[in-house]
Design a protein around this ligand. Structure first.
Ligand SMILES: *[C@@H]1O[C@H](CO)[C@@H](O)[C@H](O)[C@H]1NC(C)=O
Ligand SMILES: *[C@@H]1O[C@H](CO)[C@@H](O)[C@H](O)[C@H]1NC(C)=O
Ligand SMILES: *[C@@H]1O[C@H](CO)[C@@H](O)[C@H](O)[C@H]1NC(C)=O
Ligand SMILES: *[C@@H]1O[C@H](CO)[C@@H](O)[C@H](O)[C@H]1NC(C)=O
Ligand SMILES: *[C@@H]1O[C@H](CO)[C@@H](O)[C@H](O)[C@H]1NC(C)=O
Length: 303
């Protein structure tokens, strides 16, 4: 009785050591941005000295799609996965990852089976597809909020202008500002409607383009509001320069975001729009300050 138990125990211990240890990866995902898709499979205890001793098989769901026979140094690939391959040179380092073009990649559970002489191991990795969102919801909100805030601030200045500086000389300019301001408001609202919903890259990108590019109108409006009200001072020049810088940042950010598959330059774009809104705010504060000073003709110097 005892020898049998001992034999079973030692036997199972030996079998246990005859396992290849595969790193557990539950799932990997790919997006429209991945040119090639890599399904990882790493063996941590390879002892083989030559790939001749190794055999790699990959299964999708229940069917074998890829076989590598190290002894014959030969890969057999299922016809639907013609681009699938492993790096034979990495095999002895334990890397049996399957690489394929995106066009061949289908979602599902992939099984990696590695054999090294009598040792073997396998692991299942789920390949998932993720719809790449261009910007996160928070980024989208900021991208829309800043221009809208800037436009509201413009209308604030426009209000001060019509109340405090109205004269027959300026009424033509005020009408021009009114029309341009309305135009800008409509453009940005249309841009926001195109930009916010859904995952349609072309529609979203055109909305974003409308919003960002049209903010140049704000600089024109701000300049004309200042000129109509009290002309240029060093403050208004500084405010306008800030706004131009914000615009340049936003446009550079826009170009980088449109060129990259996944926009990593969102923060640049957003800070540009933020600076534009800040310049509008400074303009409004300054205008309010000047307007209230002008009522009391000359501000008292000492109490
Ligand atoms: C897709 O690309 C991303 C970013 O380059 C990468 O982290 C990910 O592993 C890739 N997915 C697959 C399945 O290859
Ligand atoms: C296996 O074949 C490839 C070409 O198909 C060759 O580059 C590689 O050196 C071969 N490896 C071995 C171990 O023979
Ligand atoms: C290969 O692709 C064809 C057509 O897309 C499909 O009908 C067939 O089931 C696929 N075979 C495997 C093994 O996935
Ligand atoms: C594998 O299974 C998944 C989920 O059941 C399915 O979506 C996918 O089409 C299957 N792939 C193949 C090639 O049969
Ligand atoms: C893959 O397997 C996991 C766990 O067994 C299961 O939850 C998942 O639905 C499977 N995925 C596919 C695409 O078949």
């Amino acid at each position: 009785m005892w020898p049998l138990v001992l034999w079973l125990f030692v036997g199972s211990w030996c079998l246990g050591s005859a396992q290849l240890l595969l790193r557990k990866v539950k799932s990997v995902e790919f997006t429209v941005c991945n040119e090639t898709v890599v399904i990882p499979c790493f063996v941590s205890n390879v002892e083989a000295q030559s790939t001749k001793e190794m055999y790699v098989k990959w299964k999708l769901n229940k069917t074998y799609i890829f076989n590598y026979d190290g002894n014959r140094n030969n890969s057999i690939v299922e016809s639907n996965f013609s681009s699938a391959k492993i790096s034979v040179s990495e095999l002895l380092k334990g890397d049996a990852s399957l690489k394929m073009d995106k066009r061949d990649a289908v979602v599902g559970n992939y099984t990696c089976e590695v054999t090294e002489l009598i040792r073997e191991g396998k692991t299942v990795i789920e390949l998932k597809y993720r719809v790449a969102s261009w910007f996160s919801p928070n980024e989208k909100i900021l991208i829309v909020i800043f221009p809208i805030l800037a436009i509201l601030l413009f209308w604030g200045k426009f209000g001060i202008l019509t109340l405090k500086y109205k004269s027959t000389r300026t009424s033509k300019k005020i009408i021009l500002l009114l029309i341009t301001g309305l135009m800008l408001t409509i453009i940005v609202i249309v841009g926001a409607i195109l930009f916010i919903p859904g995952e349609y890259p072309v529609k979203n990108a055109s909305g974003l383009g409308l919003i960002v590019i049209s903010t140049i109108i704000l600089i024109f409006l701000q300049y004309n509001v200042f000129m109509t009200a009290f002309g240029m001072t060093s403050f208004t020049i500084a405010i306008l320069i800030t706004q131009v810088l914000g615009y340049v940042l936003a446009v550079v950010g826009l170009c980088l975001c449109i060129m990259a598959c996944e926009p990593v330059h969102g923060p640049l774009l957003i800070s540009g729009l933020g600076i534009i809104a800040l310049a509008e705010l400074l303009g409004l504060v300054y205008m309010k300050f000047v307007a209230s000073n002008q009522r009391t003709i000359q501000p008292p110097r000492n109490n």
